[in-house]
Design a protein around this ligand. Structure first.
Ligand code: ADP
Ligand code: ASP
Ligand code: MG
Length: 452
């Protein structure tokens, strides 16, 4: 059995879904379980609907809901124009999902309050809609496809928008459901991202969480491999949307791929590696627009030489310096800082400490961050450096490659923080945001000059 996950751009329209069907057809003998994301930009649209409803902007909510309807109904009629009966059934299912969310959003508008639980319920609709339509499209193309609601398989905690699965319970559910439903069908299709809590309320695994779902299904079914189908030729030496002339990484270790994701590379969700590594399941990153490209293979080890594999970045971060004049000591200081941050679920990209100072890199504009800084400000001096960016070079035994720091200082002009991770997997720098693009290009050119 294999897992094939298709991201939003890979299912964005009729043409893309046609490509998905032919890619899956070529893999049918390997018994695929297909995982799909919402159509491109739909999760964002649903977030906007939830937000406007929370602010009781009823006209705006109505306008956005009609965009949601139009996008899905018109795609369904394009996909199923040759199968009127299936189109009728599909339209009925789409209507049920959209009117369900419409009623729910109406309730949110009425009370003018959006809880994380309500938001998760609203934004899960994207995957339910896309998977429903794609399942009909498979059946119309002659591939018998069985749709399973991922909420019946992936069981999580109550952190509705960034829910963490109970892997044991989930594994048992997946085995049971897939075992029951796979008889007599060519393939099983389900959703990424969506899950449910132990009490049965809908939860989601965090933005870009469908990669993580695919790895969880792979682990639960002990799959031969997990294929992540996206819109680029594999994992590259830098984000190809930002840096030109990037090269493909043919093979990369679990550890390096996890470090890349943690350091900001968007190509894989940061938690994706863990379930796959647990069972030593290879992950392939492939391009649905160019399926003949071999893509990248993520495995437990590789033959590549030590040193840089990729340059990653995070734009829009804050660099924060905390110092205490009360001789708190580093342990107490760190304890207090992290309890304040974790109670508000603020993600920390990097933290460093000396005897009297703590340095943090956190995403700008995170809900609750200003609050947290105010609380810390009651006992420490807080200095916030705004308009900063974070660059990291990732690769095993990174210090074997000399000159990264000099290069960054030379191009960026000023480095606010430089750090080599304890596992020697990355070397990272905080620089001024307006120097990010030139620094990325120069650093990438400096490291991978032979790659073309
Ligand atoms: P999907 O919708 O398939 O989940 P994403 O947009 O989440 O796709 O991820 C694919 C994107 O990741 C690419 O379009 C690319 O811009 C970005 N990306 C960032 N860093 C890298 C990298 N090192 N290699 C490949 N892609 C990267
Ligand atoms: N649809 C969700 C998102 O846009 C999950 C995913 O695509 O991975 O974040
Ligand atoms: Mg993604």
């Amino acid at each position: 059995m294999i897992i094939m996950k298709f991201g939003g751009t890979s299912v964005q329209d009729e043409e893309a879904i046609g490509r998905v069907i032919s890619i899956v057809r070529s893999r049918l003998p390997e018994k695929p379980l297909v995982v799909v994301s919402a159509l491109a930009r739909v999760t964002r649209l649903l977030c906007a609907i939830a937000d406007e409803a929370g602010h009781q902007n009823e006209d705006k909510v109505r306008e956005l809901l009609s965009q949601l309807r139009e996008r899905h109904f018109s795609l369904a009629s394009n996909l199923l124009s040759a199968s009127p009966k299936l189109l009728e059934e599909c339209n009925r299912d789409i209507e049920a999902l959209i009117s369900g969310v419409e009623n729910f959003v109406g309730g949110v508008c009425l009370i003018g309050e959006l809880s994380p639980r309500s938001e998760a319920r609203i934004i899960s609709t994207g995957e339910l809609l896309s998977s429903t339509m794609i399942s009909y499209a498979f059946n119309a193309s002659g591939i018998t496809c069985h749709w399973i609601d991922a909420r019946k398989m992936v069981t999580t905690d109550d952190n509705y928008l960034n829910a963490r699965p109970d892997l044991q319970v989930t594994e048992a559910n997946v085995k049971r459901m897939v075992g029951l439903e796979s008889r007599g069908t060519d393939l099983i299709l389900t959703q990424g991202f969506v899950a449910s809590t132990q009490k049965g309320a809908t939860s989601v695994l965090g933005f870009e969480g469908s990669d993580y779902s695919a790895a969880i299904f792979g682990m639960a079914l002990n799959a031969e491999r997990v294929e992540i189908w996206t819109d680029v030729d594999g994992i590259r030496t830098a984000d190809p949307r930002v840096v030109q002339d990037t090269g493909k990484i043919d093979v990369i270790s679990y550890e390096e791929a996890a470090e890349m994701a943690a350091m900001g590379a968007r190509v894989l969700h940061p938690l994706t590696i863990e379930p796959a590594r647990k069972r030593n399941i290879p992950i392939k990153v492939l391009n649905s627009r160019n399926p003949s490209c071999e893509g990248s293979l993520v495995v437990s080890g590789d033959e590549a030489p030590d040193g840089p594999k990729s340059v990653t970045f995070r734009d829009g971060i804050l660099f924060i310096r905390l110092s205490s004049d009360k001789l708190e000591g580093v342990c107490r200081m760190l304890g207090k800082v992290f309890s304040t941050l974790s109670s508000r679920r603020i993600p920390v990209t990097l933290a460093k400490a000396t005897e009297s100072e703590v340095y943090l890199v956190v995403p700008e504009g995170w809900d609750g961050l200003e609050d947290a800084l105010e609380e810390i400000g009651s006992w420490a001096t807080v200095t916030v450096y705004r308009d900063k960016a974070f660059i990291a070079v990732v690769g095993r035994n990174i210090t074997s490659f000399a000159g990264l720091g000099d290069k960054v200082i030379g191009v960026a002009g000023k480095v606010y923080l430089a750090d080599v991770s304890a596992n020697l997997m990355s070397e990272s720098f905080v620089i001024d945001r307006d120097r990010l693009q030139v620094t990325l290009e120069a650093l990438h050119g400096f490291i991978f000059k032979e790659v073309k």
